[in-house]
Design a protein around this ligand. Sequence first.
Ligand code: GAP
Length: 592
Amino acid sequence: MSQPAKETPQMEKIVSLCKRRGFIFQSSEIYGGCGGVWDYGPLGAELKRNLRDAWWKAMVRDREDIVGLDAAILMNPAIWKASGHVDTFADMMRECSLTNKRVRADHVEPQSGTVMTYTGAQSPTGWKIERPISALLWKGTHIESFRKQVRLLISSNAGEAAGKAEEIELLGEAKGDEVTNSVDFHPETGGALGPARPFNLMLRTFLGPTASLDDPTYLRPETAQAIFAQFKNVFDSSRVKVPFGICQIGKAFRNEVTPKNYTFRSREFEQMELEFFIKPDEAVEIICGQVAPWSESADLSEPQPNWGWEMWHRYWVQERTRFYQSIGLGDVVHYYWQTQADLAHYARACVDILCEFPFGTEELEGIAARGDFDLSQHQKHSTKSQEVFDEDLKNAAAKLTDEQKEALIQKRLAAEQAKTKGEPMPEADVRAWFERLFKGNYVPHVIEPSAGLDRMALAIIAKAFSETVKTDDKGKSETITVLRFHPRIAPVKCGVFPLLKNKPELVAKAREVYALLKKHMNCFYDETASIGRRYARQDEVGTPFGVTIDFETLGEKGPELEDTVTVRERDTNEQHRIKIADLTAWLLARIS
Ligand code: GAP
């Protein structure tokens, strides 16, 4: 008999399972860890690889209009200047006056207590602080333990120069105001927070022996910019035509202020990004006579030549949704359509694909319509043209009358004037842009579906995690954990078990079956413990199928069952009798 398990913090159970069964480990654990950085163990590595492969297949291999790229993590720092990351890729931070610990300005938990101030501090070593210090005496904290804590914090921040913490003298103590729900004190230390300042999230490094603090380069904070920077090379070398896309999967690094929720917000992570390049709507209008208008009933099944950015954007939201359905996340994804206020000045639309995690519904992927901002920025900063030439456009524009051309220009000028964000493009620039367009030249616009692989893996694990309490005949209860991974992405596809390990014929046959299947899928051979225990071990890591080699296989229960095996399905416990000769095909049909 089984019944639903009692509710306990699910995230803790997931973290513990992931460590115990080799999915995810803390980086550098034997040295106390490395904040916001994670390693994937054998099963985690397989899970990530399966997700990566599923994404690449759906986005590149199964399509004719997308190609791949594998660019370096290090790039010329001018790229990050052009993209805006050097100047604006920052969180607003506040610094604790006791410890210099930083906290994101929008992540400060409100606190209540009494504000205590000091004119400074000194120690017998001669070390001094000659500025006012203030900290919050939390309600219920004794003043002596507060003073001790302040000394400790000051001393750990000052290092050896301050000597022993207990010998630090706090000067000019004064009791200040009572505050309620104040966001001006560090949530961990109680130290008063300084003003909010931008803190760039890019990780700096120094390339070459002569690089100095003044000319750093950066570990890329996203994979997208390499796609933009290589756009022209890919376009010129790959016989692609707009609309087409370039995909990349790879590591990205962000010095997140508060990495949290396990791997959800990490400092090193992997992104899977597509930049899908499309014609500007004006080019579509010139070639097709009009741009297909978006409506709820629009047919998005096959891309059409008259699609403008809006249809393409909707199309990619639909495609990405289909992908999440194909890996078993269909029923836990949600959408947040960013409002005009949320959007960057160059973005036309952005939808966040959200997923239900144990800690809340959070972003899994963003799909943005970014106009021609990125390629235009690189064109401006590199002074290398990022335009493409479109023969169809040139021919169609040649057939337009001057009035028709002027009407297009006027429509664009009106749209520029109606902008609520960013500066409208000056009329002279608009006219120059149309002049190039009528000759068939434009900088492509882009739709960007950008997903995080680590977040996807976490979402998959969280969605797959399930527990039941099983009670045996003697009334003994046991909690059983099953990871109900979709077979396509399960790290191990099949467990192979001889019914008994002390029967050499069973073991030999099982090894034979294992060798046969291993050529086609990741399998696990296990001969120890009872068959029920072995099933349970594989259920816990999400293996969808278990193959048992028994006496029937050896022909001991009649010739009709010889060379057949029992295949058990993880989720239904259903058992099938399958011929070994058909086994590979039977399993492949269910895991691909
Ligand atoms: N090129 C666009 C871009 O990078 P983003 O929203 O900053 O957009 C895209 O990142 C995706 O990358 C996110 O939806 C998320 O899945 C993943 N991601 C971003 N920061 C992350 C972090 N610190 N840890 C893990 N994944 C992260």
